[in-house]
Design a protein around this ligand. Structure first.
Ligand code: ADP
Ligand code: MG
Length: 316
């Protein structure tokens, strides 16, 4: 199970994102030109894992007089304020007291440290947390501060987040101009290749790490792929959750294979407890529709502030 959890899979959008980000780094190393990129994807599509894979590949080096940090990963804290964002960045850069000083002092320190640590690539993760602050003025200020850091540090910067991270760059024109290049982490970017087959491929690429064979039961592989896509929304995170639960069942019941029946149980155990009968993609009576309605597992996320405002409206 540990081996299964720790393997990096190179599915198409992940591999392409990795390539793009690495080419930004190479361009910067060769020419000092800093280009930026925005990567959008629902939760569980592998954005943070991409950052971690990049850190693995370009790890920090401890020299006697300083740390070299080629790739700086800054996950924005929930409901990110300028101060919170700067503190996270300072902490990642090894600042001994990230909370000290005014915002402008922190900004100056972050820029100075990033240069001193030889940062060559910044990965700003969970960008939607800035947007979730709600107030446009806050978003604007944080955006301004980000813009300044990006310009002053002068290295390629990747902004990662849920699809709604779009709003953050929409309110701030200067930021928008710095992130014209976009990438999506969702499966199905290559229109020539059916989505359910891409999802099936992702699933079967995990098969060698499984303790027993995987079978499609009474379904042909094409249909199995469609069911799988409905069960995971094509997100690598859910694919792994499903298989991990199925592995658990194999060990618990001493099974010889993983079939749709195990996946049906795994789906209700790990993804959606109300997913029974026609609402379970591995059940023969499944309705074959995306599980995106209110209360369903892939209901599109709304920012916290919007739902609060909605509730307030209801109260009024
Ligand atoms: N390329 C990958 N190979 C293997 N597992 C992955 C890969 N990408 C994501 N995962 C797994 O999927 C889950 C969700 O990934 P994560 O990177 O946290 O998604 P996001 O940041 O987009 O919400 C994690 O448990 C992670 O281990
Ligand atoms: Mg993440």
């Amino acid at each position: 199970m540990a081996r299964f959890k720790s393997e990096y899979l190179s599915f198409a959008p992940f591999a392409r994102a990795m390539d793009e980000v690495e080419s930004l780094l190479q361009l910067y190393r060769q020419t000092r030109i800093a280009k930026n990129l925005m990567i959008q994807g629902e939760s569980g599509t592998g954005k943070t894992t991409l950052c971690l894979a990049l850190i693995d590949k370009y790890p920090r080096v401890s020299l006697e007089e300083r740390d070299l940090i080629p790739v700086l990963h800054v996950p924005f804290p929930a409901a990110a304020t300028i101060a919170g964002m700067l503190e996270t960045m300072l902490e990642k850069l090894g600042d001994p007291s990230p909370g000290t000083g005014t915002n402008s002092a922190k900004t100056a320190r972050a820029i100075k440290l990033a240069k001193a640590c030889g940062v060559e690539l910044m990965l700003l993760d969970e960008g939607q947390h800035v947007q979730d602050r709600g107030k446009l003025s806050t978003q604007y200020l944080v955006g301004d501060c980000l813009k300044m850091i990006i310009d002053e540090v002068g290295v390629p910067t990747v902004l990662l987040g849920l699809p709604r991270v779009e709003m953050l760059i929409r309110v701030n024109e200067q930021l928008r101009r710095r992130f014209t290049r976009r990438l999506q982490m969702a499966l199905g970017q290559d229109k020539r290749f059916p989505l359910h087959l891409e999802c099936l491929q992702l699933f079967t690429s995990l098969a060698p790490a499984l303790p027993v064979p995987l079978t499609s039961g009474n379904y042909d592989w094409d249909e199995f792929g469609r069911r799988l896509h409905a069960a995971t929304d094509g997100r690598v995170g859910y694919v792994k959750v499903l298989l991990l639960a199925a592995i658990g069942l194999v060990f618990r019941h001493d099974l010889k294979e993983i079939s749709p029946r195990e996946l049906e149980t795994a789906f209700t155990e790990e993804i959606w407890d109300a997913g029974i009968g026609p609402l379970n993609p591995f059940n023969e009576r499944f309705e074959f529709r995306p599980l995106r309605r209110v209360g369903e597992p892939f209901e599109p996320a709304v920012p916290a502030t919007t739902s609060r405002r909605r509730q307030e409206n209801v109260a009024v």
